[in-house]
Every structure is written in structure tokens, then in C-alpha cells.
Design a protein around this ligand. Structure first.
Ligand SMILES: NC(=O)c1ccc[n+]([C@@H]2O[C@H](COP(=O)([O-])OP(=O)(O)OC[C@H]3O[C@@H](n4cnc5c(N)ncnc54)[C@H](OP(=O)(O)O)[C@@H]3O)[C@@H](O)[C@H]2O)c1
Length: 306
């Protein structure tokens, strides 16, 4: 596996569920600066505990001249999904453009995109050339459009400033820092039904934090002009299966509610990811068991006897 060391790395969205464990890992051998609004004081404390410095900056409104222009790498994990199109596009797309203009001398950029950019296509494993669409509209009205537009901004920046870039369409990130399966566990524990799409099973490609952290240096190594775009996920697993497994681990049976407003499958073809950086390694059952052990050991079956 490629490693990064002695590099100055800017991570936007450093306090996010996805990027915080990445910052913790990168900061061991690198200088990591996390960019965000840090509206919650505990976010700043969490990033500092993870070894990163804080750059208070709102991507929608900030003056890019305040961002140092000597970063070796830029990792864009920030996302805002307030539902306000003007603000969300200003931060997710225009803000990214200003940031990349400022950091045009970086060695490489990783722009974290999402499987949410794809038009719903049932169980078909989607390749990077498949149709894009407003996939997550029911849940987050501005999200898919923001992610599609920000990809174009990243592509433009790569070509305009000869800035090697990888655009990675992340599926379902999870691990000891949480993720969608953990929300499902919380719903199960609270007695709530889990919404699932009528076209079952609801297939996604969950990827454990150990895997995406290990792949980031490789994704930066593969960054190119024009930008490389690829799907980023692990083996195909359904919501129904991971919830059933959470049920086996905890003894809490999942109850599903079938509704057309639930997110349908976004199954991804991972050939390009495997060619470029190799497969993921964490077995999904192992990853989910570790998530429960780390976050809610009290819910594990037999916990009382331990
Ligand atoms: N979570 C998933 O299931 C999932 C799936 C696929 C792809 N992704 C992608 O992974 C990345 C991280 O997602 P996440 O769900 O972990 O994010 P998250 O927990 O919602 O956190 C969003 C991050 O963006 C920052 N941010 C929001 N508005 C900002 C602004 N105006 N200026 C600067 N920073 C701002 C936030 O920090 P402040 O609030 O302090 O500004 C926070 O660190 C995103 O690119 C997302 O699209 C996530």
C-alpha cells in the first residue's frame, strides 16, 4: 500500500463522519489542516484530538486568500446539504472552484463524490459512464445535484490548472465512526421501521473506514489530468442483509417498511477501482461486527454475561 509522509495536506470536511478517521490516520506522518466552519466547539476539539489543525472557513462565503496556497495535497470531503440550493451550490461547487484555484499548485487533489450522482437503475451495477440523475432528492433535495455539479468543477480545475485529480464516487462509508448501518442499528434499537425500496434487495457497496483510509494515498497517486473518475466502494451488500446481520449480532429484529420514497439500490461496478487501486479487504460482516463492538457493545447479544 502507498503511504503519505511529511506532506502538508488540506482536508475539507475534516470533522465529517467520513474524513475524521482519515485525518487521524494521516496526521501520524503528515501535517494535516482541516477546513470547515467549526460551528460546534466539540468539532474543533475532535479534529485537534485527531492530530489536525483547524482552518475556520466557510466554503460558501470565505475569502480564498485566507487559505494557504502551499498544500501538497487537497482532499475535498466537505459537503453541505441544508436544502437551500443557493447556499449549498455556493459551498459545494463554487467554493470548491475557489479553493482549487487557490491550491492549483498542489501535487494532487482527491474530490470525494458520491454514488448519489447516478440515475436510479434498479440492480444494474453502474459504471462510471452510466447516466447521472437526482438520485437522493427524496432524502436531501440539494445533494445529488450538488455532487454532480461539484464533480464538473473538479474536472474543470484539473484541466484548467493542470492539477492531477481523482474524483471518487463513494458508496456507503461505515466503521467505528458510524455510517448508515449504524443509523439503522439505532432505528432498530429505537423500535423504528427501516424504510426500504419496493425493488428489493436494496443493493449498495459499503466500504469500511480501514479500506477507504488505505486507498486514499493510492487514489492520490493515480490522480491525473484530465481527472480520473471512479466508483469507490466495497462488496455488494443489501440494506436488508446488513440489518439482518445487525439483528443476529444484537438479537434486535429489524422491521422494514416498504415505500417508494426510500432510496433504491445504487449498485456499482468496481472494475475501474480494482484496476487502479485494488480491491477492498474488510469483509462486511467483520466490519459491521467491529462497528457494533466499538460504538454499542451494550447491544451485543450476551453482553450482560461478558
Ligand atoms: N456519509 C455517507 O454515507 C456518504 C456517502 C457517499 C459519499 N459521501 C461523501 O463523503 C463526504 C463526507 O460526508 P459525510 O456524510 O461524512 O459529511 P458530514 O458528516 O455531513 O460532514 C460535512 C462536513 O462538511 C463541512 N462543511 C459543511 N458545510 C461547509 C461549508 N459551508 N464550508 C466548509 N465546510 C463545510 C462540515 O464541517 P462544518 O459544519 O464545521 O463546516 C463537515 O466537516 C462528502 O463529500 C459526502 O458527499 C458520504
Amino acid at each position: 500500500m502507498a503511504q503519505l509522509s511529511n506532506q502538508k495536506i488540506l482536508v475539507t470536511g475534516a470533522t465529517s463522519q467520513v474524513a475524521l478517521p482519515l485525518c487521524r490516520s494521516l496526521s501520524v506522518d503528515n501535517e494535516v489542516v482541516g477546513l470547515g466552519r467549526f460551528r460546534k466547539p466539540e468539532d474543533e476539539a475532535a479534529l485537534r484530538k485527531a492530530g489536525g489543525d483547524c482552518l475556520k472557513f466557510d466554503l460558501a462565503t470565505g475569502d480564498p486568500g485566507r487559505i494557504p496556497d502551499d498544500f501538497d495535497y487537497v482532499l475535498n470531503f466537505a459537503v453541505v446539504k441544508s436544502g437551500n440550493f443557493a447556499y449549498d451550490l455556493a459551498a459545494n461547487a463554487e467554493g470548491l472552484g475557489r479553493l482549487l484555484s487557490r491550491c492549483r499548485n498542489a501535487k494532487a487533489v482527491l474530490h470525494c463524490s458520491s454514488a448519489a450522482v447516478y440515475e436510479y437503475a434498479g440492480h444494474k451495477p453502474l459504471t462510471e459512464d452510466d447516466a447521472l440523475g437526482d438520485n437522493h432528492r427524496n432524502m436531501f433535495p440539494t445533494y445529488s445535484i450538488s455532487k454532480i455539479v461539484s464533480e464538473s468543477v473538479a474536472r474543470f480545475a484539473a484541466a484548467e490548472w493542470n492539477l492531477p485529480t481523482t474524483i471518487a464516487r463513494l458508496s456507503v462509508p461505515y466503521g467505528n465512526n458510524g455510517g448508515w448501518p449504524w443509523y439503522h442499528l439505532m432505528m432498530m434499537n429505537g423500535g423504528h421501521k427501516i424504510p426500504v425500496h419496493p425493488d428489493s434487495p436494496s443493493l449498495f457497496n459499503p466500504i469500511h473506514e480501514d479500506d477507504y483510509i488505505a486507498q486514499v494515498p493510492l487514489l492520490l497517486e493515480r490522480a491525473s489530468v484530465p481527472a480520473l473518475t471512479l466508483n469507490w466502494g466495497g462488496e455488494s451488500v443489501s440494506i436488508e442483509d446488513w440489518c439482518a446481520y445487525l439483528g443476529q449480532l444484537t438479537g434486535i429484529r429489524p422491521h422494514f417498511e416498504t415505500t417508494p420514497t426510500a432510496l433504491g439500490s445504487v449498485a456499482m461496478n468496481l472494475d475501474r477501482l480494482h484496476e487502479q487501486v485494488g480491491p477492498t479487504r474488510v469483509d462486511w460482516r467483520d466490519g459491521i461486527r467491529r462497528l457494533v463492538e466499538a460504538r454499542n457493545p451494550e447491544l451485543l447479544k450476551g453482553f450482560a454475561q461478558l
